[in-house]
Design a protein around this ligand. Structure first.
Ligand code: GRF
Length: 214
């Protein structure tokens, strides 16, 4: 049984997709906790209603990023995670925090990385005039939105698209690739090799992530 801790900041629809997939596909994993940096995050109610432990570590109560990250790490580690899943968690994390979870923390970013890191990705895609956009699940490294990609999903950018229509199209795909990526991790099928992810056809016998080099 692997322990998954999910971090959110808002509505938590990606968290919800992962929780539902874990339940319906009977993964050998438990969602050990959902943690938010915002007390008002909508996703907390969904998690609590399903009996998942929830916690809030409110960033505004900490004077520095380092103090916040230290408290967040302590809270996460209280749930003994095998994997930390950032699902719309809107905080830049410090290098020691990221290092602590190297090879066991994933994020979803709404663009075809390395295109459009940072915020406002859908508008950036529209402004750039690209015909294709999408989302990327990646392992988290110290450089924002730059870690090794696990899965990507592509959608067309259509004439007349707005930030709203495009983000809605991408979100449908996010809800497919994030659960799939987490499932691959749970199955021990992700290997980080020379800074890239290799997906094993069959589960690693040890069932563990084998970090050859990162
Ligand atoms: C998603 O588009 C995710 O890719 C981005 O923030 C959004 C969060 O949505 N990082 P939700 O909270 O999962 O509904």
């Amino acid at each position: 049984m692997k322990n998954i801790v999910i971090l959110i900041s808002g509505r938590g629809s990606n968290m919800e997709a992962v929780v539902r997939a874990a339940e319906s596909q009977k993964w050998p994993a438990r969602i050990a906790a959902v943690i938010s940096n915002k007390p008002e995050a909508g996703g907390l109610a969904f998690a609590a209603a399903r009996g998942i432990p929830t916690a809030v570590v409110a960033n505004k109560e900490f004077a520095t990023r380092a103090e916040f990250d230290a408290k967040l790490q302590e809270t996460i580690d209280g749930f003994a995670p095998d994997l930390v899943v950032l699902a719309g968690f809107m905080r830049i994390l410090t290098a020691p925090f990221v290092e602590h979870y190297a090879g066991r923390m994933m994020n979803i970013h709404p663009s075809l990385l390395p295109l459009f890191p940072g915020l406002g990705t859908h508008q950036q895609a529209i402004d750039a005039g690209v015909t294709e956009h999408g989302a990327t699940v990646h392992f988290v490294t110290a450089e924002l939105d730059h870690g090794p990609a696990v899965l990507q999903a592509r959608v067309p950018v259509l004439p007349g698209d707005t930030e709203e229509t495009l983000s809605a199209r991408v979100l449908v795909e996010e809800h497919k690739i994030y659960p799939r990526a987490v499932q691959l991790f749970v199955e021990g099928r992700l290997v980080i090799e020379d800074g890239a992810v290799r997906i094993l056809e069959h589960a690693d016998v040890s069932g563990a992530l084998d970090t050859i080099s990162s």
